[in-house]
Write a protein that binds this ligand. Structure first.
Ligand code: SF4
Length: 244
């Protein structure tokens, strides 16, 4: 049986972030319901009993706006139309402000075993620049709550290249990473926002981030991605290996 990864896109957000170029629409119950029904229809169209899905990635948009029932139904459809491996890596991208203890508990029972948390930064100035709807305390708290809920495979997204960032604020961010001890960190460079001398500055911040993560024991396994040994995103690797 061939193995495959399944990416489930959820293109709905509470509001549009000015720097984001992903396709998205405002989160409203009616279009979300229609969209989820069509996703299941899409799985039926692509049904292949010879394929076994061993990684699932709920990305967005803001898939942490899904409830556990909606996630379970998508996973049931994947299991029905393809077969879902018993030890599949099942990731959900989450905004920190969505991760309450009850939701975390529900996500785990729905089958999510990996969280990718869009912290972006642990510095208030950076989060204000990005006009995020969470603050630094929520970013830290969401990761602590996820761990307390039993998640062991947690990734943190950070954005670099913000005008508010300095070498010192970056150091503070990586001290927070050291304290929170995620299994995986993704470091993305800010795009779509013109900034003076951006290339040189972004390169400097990127190499500072890279060195800080190597010093913390992370492996640099892909352009933007760093992991603890053995904790590379199995789903992410499929793209680089051109797997189904
Ligand atoms: S929440 Fe994420 S996907 Fe949605 S607009 Fe903001 S950055 Fe883009």
């Amino acid at each position: 049986m061939s193995k495959a990864g399944l990416y489930v896109h959820f293109p709905f957000c509470r509001r549009a972030c000015f720097y984001c170029h992903f396709f998205k629409r405002r989160h409203r119950p009616a279009p979300v319901g229609d969209y989820l029904a069509r996703l299941q229809g899409e799985m039926l169209l692509r049904r292949d009993p010879a394929l076994e899905v061993d990684t699932v990635y709920f990305g967005g948009g803001s898939p942490s706006l899904l409830d556990a029932g909606q996630i379970s139904r998508q996973l049931d459809a994947a299991a029905k139309h393809f077969g879902l491996a018993s030890r599949a890596e099942v990731t959900l991208e989450a905004n920190p402000e969505d991760l309450s203890p009850p939701l975390l508990k529900e996500l785990r029972s729905a089958g999510i075993n990996r969280l990718s948390v869009g912290a972006q930064s642990f510095q208030e100035r950076d989060l204000r620049f990005l006009r995020r709807t969470h603050d630094a305390t929520q970013a830290i708290q969401s990761l602590t709550l996820a761990r307390e809920a039993g998640f062991r495979n947690i990734s943190v997204d950070l954005i670099i290249g913000l005008p508010s960032q300095t070498a010192g604020s970056m150091e503070a961010n990586f001290r927070a990473v050291a304290a929170l001890a995620p299994a995986h960190v993704s470091v993305y460079i800010l795009e779509n926002v013109p900034r003076p001398a951006a290339d040189e500055r972004d390169a400097r911040l990127y190499f500072q981030a890279r060195q800080a993560l190597l010093d913390l024991g992370f492996e640099h396994y892909e352009v933007s991605n760093f992991c603890r040994p053995g904790r590379a995103s199995r789903h992410n690797l499929k793209y680089w290996r051109m797997e189904p």
